[in-house]
Design a protein around this ligand. Sequence first.
Ligand SMILES: [Zn+2]
Length: 239
Amino acid sequence: MSDTSRILISCMDRRLSAFLDSEYNDGSTVFVRNAGANVLTVLNTVKQLSIEHPIKSIVIAPHTDCGAMGLVEAAINGRTKTSAQIDKYLVSQFKINKFADRKELESRINCDVQEASISPFARSIGASLDIKLIDLSTLDIPADTGRHILTLVKPSKTMYLDLIRRYSDNVGMFDSYFIQARGIRDVLPDIEIAATALHISDIRLISESKLNNAIMDSDVNVLKSQDYLAAAKVTAVSR
Ligand SMILES: [Zn+2]
């Protein structure tokens, strides 16, 4: 396998995986995902990846019709109240930016916020930086089966189709959200968004190596200790 040269940061949204496989999986791209392609909770992940691999380029790929941006908009307009950690790690970044509507928030403001957040680091390692907004209305997305799960897996170059195939209970390509970060604690705000705003109660951890199995067991315990996951089913899929 060729070495990692590109990091792609995108949203956890279940509708993006097939597109990311076909558009960006060239064998040398490592995928990092969370709620809204929000750099803040994955910056340490990106920094660690850049120590392990030479990174020539970073791509940030937020998208239209994004649930995380819907949450930001509702929180800023006072229609919903978010927890302290969601406010701190997602919503607060958008409070200084005026936006007319959700469309502007998704298509312009989120791109600007994420670009500002990653660009000093990208410059410091000499990597190019591109912001590629994914327009969901141009993608071929099948009808929603209503069966939504959340997969937690380390950043990887693995095709989402191959990750989905690890499941033996007919999880479809468009059924799983994906959060991919260095460590579970970094992305607890993102996991809380999936559990509370998206009502996902089936959370699964996939390990891509035997070495990770022990880490995964402790991650399961961290998740089970979060109040907002009290009603969720958290399972580890060991190698
Ligand atoms: Zn999204």
